[in-house]
Design a protein. Structure first.
Length: 265
């Protein structure tokens, strides 16, 4: 599906120059399922990694992997790149020398975030016909779960290849909810432990003394064109997934939330 994301560019390049950032010694790739908080994680890490190593060309995805991998994943010239790269033989080979972090989100909240994005003015694509109240919101949520033929992939397809297939190997899995919780409680020991672990996963030497300020700057919602606060909607999205759609997630992706640690075994 071809789509265009509108919205103003961020100013984090300029903001990041107030910090003494370090250079990576190994390529780093920040991967995720779309609408799992990619911009949040990327923008935070931009405050820690030297600006010269930020990959600026595109969000790396399967269809453009061949044109990106030789530069973005080059051990001799480490870069921090980001994208939505699904599991494949080519991707696994390309990422072998790379620090690989995979960001995931509770599928229940992901459905709402995906619907919010598809219905926003900032998203322009083949599903514009569902905007403006043309479709009941409950049925929009169903589309996010079950997909639309040749237009929207299913929740199960996205999670299977963007998240689950990377589990159990060298990729480090990070929960979006843990990032948000740590950002909201930066003064806590728990947040410090979380971000120290994140820096280690990303191949950085540790937390600098001003790490809290760096996280605050990078996590500013005003700097993300796809943040919830910056999306323009003409119909309300529920704050929680309705009961029927929760059961539908279990029907469409049985065992998924348990596999990811969002439900008890």
């Amino acid at each position: 599906m071809n789509a265009v994301i509108l919205g103003k560019a961020d100013t984090l390049d300029e903001a990041g120059r107030q910090f003494d950032r370090v250079k990576l010694t190994q390529p780093l790739f920040l991967n995720s399922a779309p609408k799992s908080g990619t911009h949040l994680l990327r923008n935070i890490m931009r405050m820690f990694v030297d600006e010269s190593q930020h990959w600026r060309h595109e969000f790396i995805q399967h269809r453009i992997l061949a044109q990106s991998r030789d530069l973005a994943f080059q051990p001799a010239a480490p870069m921090m790149s980001w994208g939505h790269l699904l599991f494949s033989d080519d991707a696994s080979i390309a990422l072998k020398p790379v620090r690989h972090v995979v960001l995931m989100r509770d599928p229940h909240d992901w459905v709402l975030a995906r619907a919010r994005f598809y219905l926003s003015d900032e998203f322009q694509g083949s599903t514009n016909n569902i905007k403006g109240g043309a479709v009941p919101i409950e049925e929009v949520l169903n589309m996010m779960i079950l997909g639309l033929h040749q237009k929207i992939p299913t929740l199960m397809d996205i999670y299977s290849l963007n998240v689950v297939a990377w589990m159990g190997g060298p990729a480090r899995l990070v929960r979006y909810e843990d990032v948000v919780e740590a950002v909201r409680d930066l003064g806590s020991r728990r947040a410090e432990t979380f971000f120290a672990g994140l820096m280690e996963d990303c191949g950085l030497p540790g937390l600098p003394g001003d790490w809290r300020r760096r996280v605050e700057v990078g996590a500013d919602p005003a700097q993300s064109r796809t943040a919830r606060q910056n999306l323009t909607l003409d119909q309300p999205i529920p704050d929680q997934l309705p009961p029927v759609q929760r059961r539908m997630v279990d029907f469409a992706a049985p065992g998924l939330r348990r596999m990811l640690g969002y439900a008890e075994a």
